[in-house]
Design a protein around this ligand. Structure first.
Ligand code: ADE
Length: 243
């Protein structure tokens, strides 16, 4: 997969080259390019924003600069790209979104700052039949899209084949079966007087699986009843319901 990020703060994306993502890049599983939006400005001040039509606070990012930047970055590679615009006004980014994007050959992230990017940038791309997703990583407002890109790229890249040492860990993730994951334990057996639940040391795999499923159901009911309510009819069997 190729990932491009366009931003006025390229340094913000440096963590993408660390740890798991850094290794994925090193192993050639991901090509990453970060581009400075200001290199497509044409005025001496390298201005990327202007005041909003209709008045109001804040500044809006100019369409000319974004249009040229996107055209140039898209032309760097022949693979078809999905353009992603992080914005608090977007559709929610979820595990399902991350999973769906693993099927893309190329993702191009356009990081807005200020009050956002002139809407015609997205409208123009869609008019040219380029897929564009405006997405939010949660119901809070960040200063810009950069941190949201760190979040989304990490969520997607860890799902790519060969990135996680043990692919089963992605299959057991919270959300992959619609439930939160239950608690986990490692050695020692007793720590500060707290013992690891007996069943996990029993060696009885069926009982362990049942216990883990029950803890996941319990935790989801307590913390995210909305997730339980959203499960499809057949997601819970009789043993789950008995819990
Ligand atoms: N930019 C600012 N806030 C954001 C959010 N919650 N999600 C995605 N992009 C953003």
């Amino acid at each position: 997969m190729r990932i491009d990020v366009i931003t006025i703060f390229p340094g913000y994306l440096a963590p993408l080259r660390e740890a798991l993502l850094g290794r994925a890049i090193g192993a050639g599983l991901v090509d990453l390019a970060v581009h400075d939006l200001r290199s497509w400005t044409r005025d001496v001040h390298q201005a990327v924003d202007d005041s909003p039509y209709g008045g109001g606070p804040g500044m809006v990012m100019r369409p000319q600069v974004w249009g040229e930047a996107l055209d140039a970055v898209l032309a760097l590679d022949e693979r078809p790209a999905r353009i992603v615009v992080p914005t608090p006004a977007g559709r929610p980014f979820t595990q399902a979104t991350a999973q769906a994007w693993t099927g893309e050959e190329r993702l191009v992230f356009a990081c807005g700052r200020y009050e956002g990017i002139d809407q015609r940038v997205v409208d123009d791309a869609r008019r040219r039949d380029l897929p564009v997703d405006e997405v939010s990583i949660g119901d809070y407002v960040l200063v810009g899209g950069e941190v949201a890109v760190l979040v989304m790229v990490e969520a997607v890249v860890r799902l790519l084949p060969g990135v996680l040492g043990n692919p089963a860990s992605a299959q057991q993730d919270s959300f992959s079966d619609g439930l939160l994951e239950g608690p986990a334990y490692t050695r020692p057996e007793v720590w500060r007087g707290l013992a690891v639940p007996e069943v996990l040391r029993s060696g009885n795999h069926a009982k362990i699986a049942r216990w883990r499923r029950d803890r996941a159901l319990e935790r989801t009911a307590q913390r995210r009843p909305d997730l339980l309510a959203a499960l499809p009819e057949d997601a819970l069997d009789d043993a789950d319901r008995a819990f």
